[in-house]
Design a protein around this ligand. Sequence first.
Ligand code: HBI
Ligand code: FE
Length: 290
Amino acid sequence: MSADGFAHSPPPGARADWTIDQGWSGYSQAEHQVWITLYERQAALLPGRACDAFLKGLEALDLHRSGIPDFARINVELNRLTGWSVVAVPGLVPDEVFFDHLANRRFPAGQFVRKPEQLDYLQEPDIFHDVFGHVPMLTDPVFADYMAAYGRGGQRAMRRGQLANLARLYWYTVEFGLLQTPQGVRIYGAGIVSSRAESIFALDDPSPNRLAFDLERVMRTPYRIDDFQQVYFVIPSLQALLDATLQDFGPIYGRLDGASEIPIAEILPTDGVITRGTQAYALEKAKAAQ
Ligand code: HBI
Ligand code: FE
């Protein structure tokens, strides 16, 4: 039973766990070309922006220019490295299905490819967002453990009605996380690394806040689903992220129950500030929308 109380049944053609066959031989040349165009744009941009674990993962899985990867091929190496595998799904799956896959080291990746006119942004994760954005980090043993721990945490959070807080943790780490390194701040979040514009904005633009990661603070912070983030959280290491999830969330959930949401652009006196943003981008967009 999912969080909204309805038992979701899988769409026609999908198995009980919502997986489908990738059908790699069925992709058209035009679909492979969309992957190639996106891959080349990001491959040119990310050295010096994406973290080492991500760049090493791209190489390890041989995700390259020739087109959409065949999951059967990349799973051999991914499995050997961290026990993870990529499974194809038709699109977003119910939370309880999603968490069960993660807890069992299966990453559910959209099987479909965005249209050429959606090159810059699409709301629903397609195969480029999922496989280029998320899968390379799963070759890193520490991050791979974090993602499995997140899946188990999600299952517990559902039982405790804490899904919204846990979704914020996912959003500000797995999707939009930044990592402090001796060479400077680098990207590990899939939502950033799979987007040309946000790969630039997240590191270079003076508009967003960049704050030191703090698990409880992140769980109180709403996020944007329709535009660039107004705040990014920076972890000191992947190990620190994993360690943060290995604690008992019980007391945290207890404190969160009474805590108010933190306005998205606010900086608290207790925050570790890496950059104090101008919020110029978000203010500009809000004014234009009036
Ligand atoms: N399903 N396929 C897929 N991919 C996701 O990233 C995903 C999902 N279902 C739920 C979900 N993400 C979010 O609610 C997570 O925060 C749990
Ligand atoms: Fe994603």
